[in-house]
Structure formats: structure tokens, C-alpha cells
Design a protein around this ligand. Structure first.
Ligand code: 2M8
Length: 445
């Protein structure tokens, strides 16, 4: 290929990707938010909306702010941002577990709109910052000003009420809060949650009507998910005394890395709106330190979730362990160990990648190339790692990863996840955050 034909092929690919990404986001727009997928996820999801806003900023900035505004309108009085905001007017089929199951109306400080009672990784402050950076102006500064106190309240909730381990990190109370629902990272702590898959006979899962059951969590996983919601709901989603009564409390490296990165984003936002950035930077540094103290495993050279109840690190090596690379003040020793882990045969990161980044150690005996978060490649975890590589100025690896992400979508479309060997599209075929993050990756050389 000559230089000019190469450049033309690249421009064609960009135009093609932009077209399908925009069409996907437009088709999934639902009056004041974007659904992750029309069939599988017909309501608003918290961290999906943050990723979606980042992509929309490049093409529909007003809609990006609207997306975040709608989500934060459902914030609880204690500062939690619910992981699902139910759309009462949804014309799509039912979702399990739906609003009746969560029963948020009975909890103190829940909004009028029905929501779930749990959270997802707090990637919203960095998202708000990026939306402003991609489309700056008076409107974006006004939007930041409105959102700032809500973002601060979200941080306060997670670092305060959710610090069940007492070491300065937030605990998750459900695997859904990590966003990586059935990651092998949760196998060990979930084994302590009593559940019988027969309880699922009383419920109807709708996910398996829209996606192949072999690509979704199992019924036993769902029995445990249901048991954990029931436990948290029984205490009306209060967080006091969780250690004594809730069977799953884990410090997740992704959730806590996002918490730290959010403080640095809030420092930047504070500067723009005339607030004090100093306390945010201090908190960012403290969270980074707590991550290293509590979740760093010097033996394997990666971060691991801490099972707070058992007071030990979980054994599996998942993509979650690489996520703290996004922290700007991560010490050099951890940065180089994480790069070594990412570039090892377990994850295969390279300046020219021959296979996409998996979500789980591909050399592990229980690696499952089709099953959701137990192996397949996802665009958001790749995008988050890409951010970390750019933060630590590894342009060579960042370029390799970006190419691999764009290539996946170019070949298969805006799928929810991808086969980590063949790149075949899996799950939903028109998935919003895939589209949004492709738009962002396209715009950054
Ligand atoms: C998946 O999770 C939901 C439950 O929250 C589900 O399986 O029904 C996860 O991939 C999660 O990270 C994502 O936010 C959600 C919507 O895309 O789907």
C-alpha cells in the first residue's frame, strides 16, 4: 500500500466508524437519556451514561450534558448515584430485576423516580471534565457549575458511608457495583454468599431472551445477585453496620481507581468554576496511597480486590487490577509492574496487538472466551487502560491499544463485547458505550 492509499483507507475507516457510532447512539436515545441497548438494557445505567456522554461530546454536546443531568436528577439524598434509573415510559420489554424488585420508594432519601439501590464505578467527574474539554464554552462551564456539588456528594458518599474496611477505600456491596458483573474476581467472595439456583424458578430472566445464555452469567450467579439485593434491601439500602450483616463487601481496584481519578478531575473542574482545587488533589493522593497500601500485591505485581469480610486479596488476575494505571500519581514501581502485567501473555498489550485486550488472564484455566466478563474484550475497559497509558506517557502502547479497539468495531460493529481471539461480536449488537468510546478514540490521535 502506498502512503496516499494508506491515508485514504484510514480516512475511509474513520468515516465509516463515525457513521455507525453516531447511528447507534441516535437509535438508542430515549427523550432524556440513552439506553445501553434497546433490548437488553432498556433503562438508564449510571456508568454507561458517563461513557456515553464522553462520546456525545464530540457530536451532540447538548445531549451529553442532558444525559448527565438526567442521571444526577435521580441522585439520592445521601449522595449515591443509582446504577439504574428506571424509565416509567419505557416501551421496551421488561427488565429483571425491575423497579418492583428494587423497591426504592421504601428507602429514606430515594428520589421520586424508581431506581436501583446500588451504585456503579464513579467515572462521572472525569466524564464531565472530558465533555467540557471536548466542547468548551459558556454552556459547558454552567453545566459544570451545576454538576459540581452533586459530583462532590457522590464522592463523599463513597469515601464516607462505604468505607466498610476503614482504610480509606470504598467497598462494593454487590458485583453489579463493579460493572464487571460475573468477573472471576468475585468468585471467592461470592462463594460465601449462600444461594441456590433453584430460587431463580420464581423469577423470569429477560437477558437470556435477547442474548445467548452461554454469553451471560449463569443462574447460580443470578441466585447470588438476587440474594445480595435482598440482603441490602432488607436494611432499606442503609450502609451503617454493613460489616456485621451483609455477606459481600469488597474493595474493587476499578471503583477505587475511578474514585481517585475523580478527585483530580474535580480539582480541574473546581479551577474552572472558581472553587478550591487543593482539597481534591489531596484526596486524590490519599486514595492513591490507600489503593497501594490495601490492594497492591507485590508478589504478582498487580492490584487485586480485597475481600473485606475475609480480610484477604482475591486470587484471580483480571483486567480490574490494571485500572489504577489511570491514577496520575501512582508510584513508578506500580506503574512499571502494571505495564509488565498488561504486556504479559495474560493480557497481550503491545504497540502492535495481535489479539484484543481480554477482561481476564487468558492463560488462566477457567478463562471463558464467550462468557461476558470472564474473558471477552470490552471497549470500556480497553478505553480506561488507554487513558492510563496516556497519563503515564506510553504513546507506543496507547497507539497499539487504540488501533486494536477501533479495529474490533470496524470488523464487527458496535457490539457489547467481543470474542478475545477472533474478534467476533457478542451480546447486544448495538451497544451505546462501544459507539461512544469509539467516537472518543477516533478524535484522539
Ligand atoms: C451489565 O449489567 C447489568 C446489571 O447492572 C445486567 O447484566 O443486566 C454490565 O455489563 C454493566 O457494567 C452495565 O453497566 C450494564 C448496562 O450496560 O449491563
Amino acid at each position: 500500500m502506498t502512503l496516499t492509499t494508506g491515508v485514504r483507507a484510514d480516512a475511509d475507516r474513520h468515516a465509516r466508524l463515525r457513521r455507525i457510532a453516531l447511528a447507534t447512539l441516535d437509535a438508542n436515545w430515549e427523550h432524556d437519556h440513552t439506553v445501553p441497548s434497546r433490548t437488553l438494557y432498556p433503562h438508564q445505567w449510571s456508568w454507561d451514561s458517563a461513557f456515553i456522554a464522553i462520546g456525545l461530546a464530540h457530536v451532540r454536546p447538548d445531549r451529553a450534558w442532558r444525559e448527565l443531568r438526567t442521571l444526577f436528577a435521580a441522585q439520592w439524598v445521601d449522595g449515591r448515584v443509582p446504577h439504574i434509573v428506571f424509565n416509567p415510559a419505557s416501551r421496551a420489554g421488561p427488565y429483571f430485576p425491575g423497579p418492583q424488585f428494587w423497591d426504592s420508594a421504601r428507602a429514606d432519601g430515594a428520589p421520586t423516580r424508581a431506581t436501583s439501590g446500588i451504585v456503579q464505578p464513579p467515572v462521572h467527574a472525569p466524564a464531565a471534565w472530558l465533555v467540557h474539554r471536548r466542547a468548551p464554552g459558556e454552556a459547558s462551564v454552567a453545566a459544570l457549575r451545576r454538576l459540581y456539588p452533586r459530583l462532590v456528594a457522590q464522592q463523599r458518599y463513597l469515601t464516607g458511608r462505604r468505607d466498610a474496611g476503614g482504610g480509606g477505600l470504598a467497598s462494593i456491596v454487590h458485583p453489579w457495583e463493579s460493572g464487571l458483573d460475573n468477573s472471576p474476581a468475585w468468585d471467592a467472595p461470592l462463594a460465601a454468599v449462600p444461594a441456590d439456583e433453584a430460587v431463580m424458578r420464581a423469577y423470569r430472566r429477560h437477558d437470556t431472551a435477547h442474548a445467548d445464555a452461554a454469553q451471560r452469567p449463569t443462574d447460580l450467579d443470578y441466585a447470588r445477585y438476587v440474594a445480595l439485593v435482598e440482603s441490602y434491601r432488607a436494611g432499606r439500602y442503609r450502609d451503617e453496620g454493613l460489616l456485621g450483616r451483609h455477606p459481600f463487601l469488597v474493595e474493587c481496584p476499578l471503583v477505587n481507581a475511578a474514585l481517585g481519578v475523580s478527585e483530580y478531575a474535580l480539582a480541574r473542574i473546581a479551577t474552572v468554576i472558581g472553587a478550591d482545587p487543593g482539597p481534591h488533589r489531596d484526596r486524590g493522593a490519599r486514595i492513591t496511597e490507600a489503593l497501594v497500601t490495601r490492594l497492591w500485591d507485590p508478589v504478582t505485581g498487580t492490584f487485586r480486590p480485597r475481600d473485606v469480610r475475609a480480610d484477604r486479596l482475591v486470587p484471580s488476575r483480571t483486567v480490574l487490577g490494571l485500572m489504577p494505571l489511570a491514577l496520575p500519581e501512582l508510584p513508578a514501581a506500580q506503574v512499571s509492574a502494571l505495564l509488565a502485567e498488561a504486556c504479559s501473555p495474560r493480557f497481550g498489550l503491545a504497540a502492535r496487538m495481535d489479539r484484543p485486550l481480554p477482561t481476564y488472564d487468558r492463560t488462566a484455566p477457567d478463562f471463558e472466551p464467550l462468557r461476558y466478563w470472564r474473558g471477552p474484550s470490552w471497549i470500556n475497559t480497553g478505553w480506561l487502560l488507554w487513558q492510563g497509558l496516556r497519563t503515564h506517557r506510553r504513546a507506543d502502547l496507547a497507539t497499539g491499544l487504540r488501533e486494536s479497539l477501533l479495529d474490533l468495531v470496524d470488523r464487527a460493529g458496535c457490539h457489547e463485547y467481543f470474542h478475545p481471539d477472533t474478534g467476533t461480536g457478542l451480546g447486544s449488537p448495538a451497544f451505546s458505550w462501544t459507539a461512544a468510546l469509539v467516537l472518543d478514540a477516533l478524535a484522539q490521535e
